[in-house]
Design a protein around this ligand. Structure first.
Ligand SMILES: *[C@@H]1O[C@H](CO)[C@@H](O)[C@H](O)[C@H]1NC(C)=O
Ligand SMILES: *[C@@H]1O[C@H](CO)[C@@H](O)[C@H](O)[C@H]1NC(C)=O
Ligand SMILES: *[C@@H]1O[C@H](CO)[C@@H](O)[C@H](O)[C@H]1NC(C)=O
Ligand SMILES: *[C@@H]1O[C@H](CO)[C@@H](O)[C@H](O)[C@H]1NC(C)=O
Length: 365
């Protein structure tokens, strides 16, 4: 089973190779391939960039939806390009000891890479057709230095994207733009297929939950900032989506399948709405909540406790109600100034920090 040998790959110790630093983008013309280069990307992706005409019009409110999709896909292209490079070149931590499995994994990831390139190009084409600013690829940093961690990260950001594309379709519908919804829905299924593959490699059941955990655009946009070294454009003035400080989970994102109290940390430096709370634990416990998205449940808010401040960095604890809501898979947490939200859209305007990405794995074996 591929899973077993990937685990053995992770413990397969070898000295680091003196590898040249790879370019972050594939050498196939992305993000602006020529017609011949696009033909090659289509072949690698097992299908073409849509040949359907663009919708006749697009609400200006929908431009940031496609900017976020493009911004995210550009990151994914760089990530999978780096991952393929590392596996291909036997970079320490990324060796797959059995040639057939190495070949199979590179084959799948090469197709995934080309598919992500087409997702990015599709979003860029919509933005430029309607006169918006296309966010060109940035320089990225990846926190992973072995294959299993990289697959875990791929699984987590893909799950976050699967939640965010729900928000994209909801937003397009709210903005009166039913035209692109079919294409976005096709990408939701496509990313779900990818994640089933990553999950299988990680000994998690391929189908995660009956209804995948939702997210909202500002949470995905905030999480992506943690991978950015620099961009060739000014992020806040180009993409008008709020950015929050992200929240880390003490002990790591993967937690056990049980009711428990989790402890979280966030750096609230520069968050205007946090000013009444700096250095004031009792105001925090009185007013603030930790709010979870899990599946399609209404947002779940829990009081926070055990608050401490170190400068503008807050550490606090909150209940993780695993049993009541069967919180397998991804749950997304936020530190909020209110509770009892009727729907996910209501959460962003009350958020001080987000997201916390929390994973519970229901193993295959
Ligand atoms: C590829 O390997 C390098 C060197 O270990 C590492 O810094 C980078 O994060 C790896 N890429 C991925 C996607 O994990
Ligand atoms: C454009 O989107 C905004 C925000 O959702 C909405 O209020 C407005 O009605 C939309 N315009 C049209 C023509 O549908
Ligand atoms: C209280 O917070 C500390 C970190 O500041 C954490 O180590 C501890 O587990 C928390 N205690 C409870 C009961 O949540
Ligand atoms: C939560 O909001 C609903 C209406 O949206 C209201 O009926 C209910 O009483 C509220 N619950 C609390 C605990 O405030």
């Amino acid at each position: 089973m591929l899973y077993t040998s990937l685990l053995s790959a992770a413990v397969f110790a070898a000295s680091a190779l003196a590898a040249p630093t790879p370019s972050q983008l594939p050498a196939d013309g992305f993000p602006n391939p020529s017609a011949d280069q696009l033909t090659d990307i289509n072949k690698a992706a097992d299908g073409t960039l849509s040949t359907a005409p663009p919708p006749p019009s697009l609400n200006a409110s929908s431009i940031p939806i496609f900017q976020l999709i493009n911004f995210n896909e550009n990151f994914e292209v760089a990530f999978f390009n780096s991952l393929i490079y590392n596996i291909t070149n036997d970079v320490s931590g990324f060796q797959v000891p059995f040639l057939a499995e190495k070949t199979a994994l590179i084959n799948v990831l090469t197709t995934v890479l080309a598919q992500e390139e087409l997702h990015a190009i599709n979003a860029a084409n919509v933005i430029s057709h309607f006169g918006g600013t296309v966010p060109t690829p940035c320089t990225y940093k990846f926190p992973t230095s072995d294959l299993i961690s990289a697959l875990n990260l791929a699984e987590t950001f893909t799950a976050l994207v699967l939640g965010t594309l729900q928000d994209a379709s909801q937003g397009l519908s709210t903005n009166g733009d039913h035209g692109p919804v079919r294409a976005v829905a096709s990408v939701i299924g496509q990313e779900g297929e990818q994640n089933g593959f990553f999950r299988s490699l990680l000994n998690a059941k391929p189908s995660e939950k009956p209804f995948l955990t939702t997210s909202i655009a500002p949470f995905a946009f905030s999480a992506l900032q943690d991978f950015i070294v620099s961009c060739p454009f000014d992020i806040p003035s180009t993409i008008p989506i709020p950015i929050f400080p992200t929240i880390s989970v003490q002990g790591g994102s993967v937690v056990s399948a049980e009711d428990q109290t989790l402890t979280f940390t966030a750096d609230l430096t520069g968050v205007a709405a946090a000013s009444p709370y700096y250095g004031n634990p009792s105001a925090c416990t009185n007013d603030l909540s930790f709010t979870y998205f899990t599946g399609q449940d209404a947002p779940i808010s829990k009081p926070i406790s055990n608050v401490s401040w170190s400068g503008d960095v807050i550490t606090f604890s909150a209940e993780f109600p695993f049993t009541e809501y069967v919180m397998d898979g991804l749950s997304i947490g936020s530190l909020t100034t209110s509770s009892n939200f009727s729907n996910p859209d209501a959460v962003a305007s009350a958020t001080l920090a987000a997201p916390a990405l929390i994973q519970v794995v229901d193993p295959i074996l």
